[in-house]
Design a protein around this ligand. Structure first.
Ligand code: ACO
Length: 311
């Protein structure tokens, strides 16, 4: 039975009011948001790894500077999202611990390896465009700090997406080997990118409640379809083939129909058994441990400064 407070809360949501940190909210709303926002933050941070892998091997100084800036942006998105999640009462330590213990997920896509320079193009183009399609819808999420974070993050993601597509365009304008490298990258990244949107709506555990609370504004399948429609056209525009034999334009629906997604693979990857899960988590843990002295030094400095100012 919904309590009077919950009725009032739902009425505010229905009226498109933003919920702010000090407002009353149902415990389930708070928990669901901490879950989604912390997983979103973890994705941004773990997502630095496949791209960071290529910073030292970028093919020119210009590409290196761009990639460095992009990876740094992703770190910033992570910090921004952790801070937004902290406004709900979760601590940074708790969130990181949940990641390290395998209790909190991060986007499945970042468990695939970046094997060639073309993968950096494919990640920027396909992965960041999938992230944008999802995050544009989240600009209207009901929790104020999350919605505001999304507005800023989407601006930067647009630049990331363009730099990725530009890498693919350049390769498709190059030698036969370069074209083959670009095609190989889309072959390997297409299906994992499709999985970024999560399970089909009928299988999505959190969707119904999240849509009611307007934490989510559009369904997993709806966002996936929008992404397919735009990515297919972008692929064809530069001469890339989409690795899906069932892909056909459906005149009646006004959308592309596509083949079945391998949900066994998806479930394996989110359960921790993808090609790079162990490597990604081990790397994150090591970086976190190696950075302990910085956190300790900052706390010690802060304590000293406070002691001085109160003396
Ligand atoms: N990778 C990893 N886990 C996933 C993925 C995915 N691609 N899709 C769904 N899941 C997980 C969910 O987190 C959930 O697990 P949990 O109960 O342990 O938290 C489970 O699968 C069931 O899925 P849903 O009920 O559909 O989950 P939800 O309603 O949260 O929808 C979605 C998933 C669409 C990813 C949503 O959480 C979301 O929009 N998150 C914010 C965006 C985001 O995280 N983007 C990160 C990727 S891109 C980037 O940051 C660069």
């Amino acid at each position: 039975v919904a309590l009077p407070d919950e009725h009032k809360f739902q009425a505010r949501i229905d009226a498109e009011e933003k919920i702010e940190p000090k407002d009353w909210m149902p415990e389930g709303y708070r928990k669901n948001l901490i879950r989604q926002m912390s997983q979103h933050a973890h994705s941004e941070v773990v997502g630095e790894q496949p791209e960071g892998n290529w910073i030292t091997r970028a093919p020119s100084l210009e590409r290196k500077a761009i990639l460095l800036a992009k990876v740094q942006d992703e770190a910033g998105h992570g910090l921004y999202l952790y801070s937004a999640a902290e406004t709900l009462g979760a601590t940074r330590d708790e969130m990181i611990e949940a990641l390290h213990e395998g209790k909190a997920k991060y986007a499945s896509i970042f468990n695939y390896p970046s094997l060639t320079w073309a993968d950096i193009g494919a990640i920027g183009w396909l992965v960041d465009s999938a992230a944008i399609v999802n995050q544009v819808s989240l600009q209207n999420t009901s929790y104020g700090p999350y919605a505001r974070a999304m507005i800023r993050i989407c601006k930067e993601e647009s630049f990331h997406q363009r730099q990725g597509y530009h890498i693919m365009m350049t390769l498709m304008d190059g030698s036969d080997e370069q074209k083959a490298m670009a095609q190989d990258a889309i072959n390997r990244w297409w299906w994992p990118a499709m999985m970024m949107f999560g399970p089909h709506d009928g299988e999505s555990a959190h969707s119904a409640q999240s849509m009611k609370w307007k934490i989510k504004r559009r369904s997993n399948d709806d966002l996936r379809q929008q992404w397919v429609d735009q990515a297919v056209q972008q692929a064809h525009a530069i001469g890339l083939e989409v690795p899906d034999d069932d892909l056909t334009w459906n005149e009646e629906r006004g959308h592309y129909d596509f083949g079945p997604i391998d949900w066994d693979e998806f479930n394996r990857v989110i359960a921790g058994d993808g090609p790079c899960n162990r490597q990604r988590l081990a790397h994150h843990k090591k970086a976190h441990d190696d950075g302990a002295w910085v956190r300790e030094a900052m706390s010690a400095y802060d304590a000293k400064r406070r002691a001085k100012s109160s003396a």
